[in-house]
Ligand binder design. Structure first.
Ligand code: AMP
Ligand code: MG
Length: 333
């Protein structure tokens, strides 16, 4: 199959909307990461997503819609907490888990009786959904387990030959996935930290519950290997002498002949002397924005190991920690 990267013109958006209606796959930009979309009401179309990505079939997809009205086609009556969070944060990097309607096939929800719903803050994505006239289920548009794609080129590298169309909307603004909140219970529960800071949600909705039993993943995707480049990733804890600890670890890897690079904030780069660094930007938002692209870059440059600087466990930092723990397979130094 030929994979075409398309500029997001009106014509191309219509072409992709037609493809979605026919049951084909389309990769599209959002403000978080690129999504790999299919008609969410068509089980056969959704199955193609799992095949293209090599995704385990019990890892449910997020259903993307253009408006709250459209959310009502896939979800039962929205509880008050959902309406108030939606009013504040949608469109945006927030996914709400709701009771599903029967029209949503089990393939999309991994057999759960709930459905995850999101309205992305990206005009190309919204125009695509409106033109398609169907809800669009989509996980990130990468090969399962690899770093999520934040440009059309990343999608192409992972899925060329496996999908017909990629709509190119440029680099994603946020760079890590949405925050997933379950609003089916008495109180909202955080299932996955992400692009919308937990503190912002808590200011609007009160303290969020956390998963009660961590041995049973409520957000099923979280149990799988995730976000990992080919290089071994080590993730530093955040403390005042962190750069010294990272240097020691780097030198140990280098002595073993492993080509190593440090992901660091730009202002910290000088602390690493002549060691290889990739600068992730001036602050934690740009760290989040660049993380997946930089992990991919480390592979392209042939590094065997990446040591990522730690960050404080607050705001977007908490979401970064979540992704880095998974990228590193828990190898924390
Ligand atoms: P991805 O966009 O690739 O990160 O995949 C979607 C994420 O949303 C996965 O981690 C899923 O586990 C999560 N998700 C989707 N539907 C549900 C649901 N009904 N309940 C809980 N989590 C969900
Ligand atoms: Mg993903």
């Amino acid at each position: 199959m030929d994979t075409r990267i398309l500029a997001p013109t009106k014509e191309n958006i219509l072409l992709c909307a037609e493809a979605l209606r026919r049951g084909e796959l389309v990769a599209f930009p959002t403000e978080t990461v690129y999504g790999l979309g299919a008609n969410a009401l068509d089980a056969r179309a959704a199955e193609k997503i799992y095949a293209a990505k090599g995704r385990p079939s019990d890892n449910p997809l997020i259903v993307h819609v253009a408006s709250l009205d459209d959310a009502k086609t896939v979800a039962e009556k929205l509880p008050p907490s959902a309406l108030s969070l939606a009013a504040k944060f949608m469109p945006g990097p927030l996914t709400l888990v709701l009771k599903k309607k029967d029209v949503v096939p089990d393939t999309v929800t991994g057999g759960l009786d709930t459905v995850a719903v999101r309205i992305p803050a990206n005009n190309v994505a919204l125009a695509l959904f409106k033109a398609a006239g169907v809800p669009v289920c989509a996980p990130s548009a990468n090969v399962s387990g690899s770093p999520s794609p934040t440009t059309a080129r990343h999608v192409y590298e992972d899925l060329k030959g496996k999908i017909p169309y990629i709509l190119d909307g440029g680099a994603c603004k946020i760079g890590i996935e949405s925050t997933v909140v379950d609003v089916t219970g008495d109180k909202p529960r955080l299932l996955r930290p992400g692009g919308l800071e937990k503190e912002k949600i808590e200011r609007a909705a009160g303290t969020l519950l956390l998963p009660e039993d961590t041995s049973k993943p409520l957000c099923p995707g979280m149990k799988y290997k995730h976000y990992a480049p080919k290089a071994e990733v080590y993730f530093s804890a955040y403390y005042s002498g962190m750069s010294g600890g990272i240097c020691l670890w780097y030198d140990r890897l280098a002595e073993r002949g492993i080509k190593t690079v440090i992901l660091c904030l730009t202002p910290n780069a000088e602390k690493y002397g002549r060691r290889n660094v990739i600068r992730v930007g001036d602050g934690y938002d740009s760290y989040a924005h660049n993380l997946f692209a930089d992990l991919r870059m480390a592979d392209e440059k042939g590094y065997g190991a990446v040591i990522a600087e730690g960050v404080p466990d607050e705001g977007i930092g908490s979401s970064l920690i979540n992704r880095l723990i998974k990228s590193s397979g828990g190898k924390i130094i």
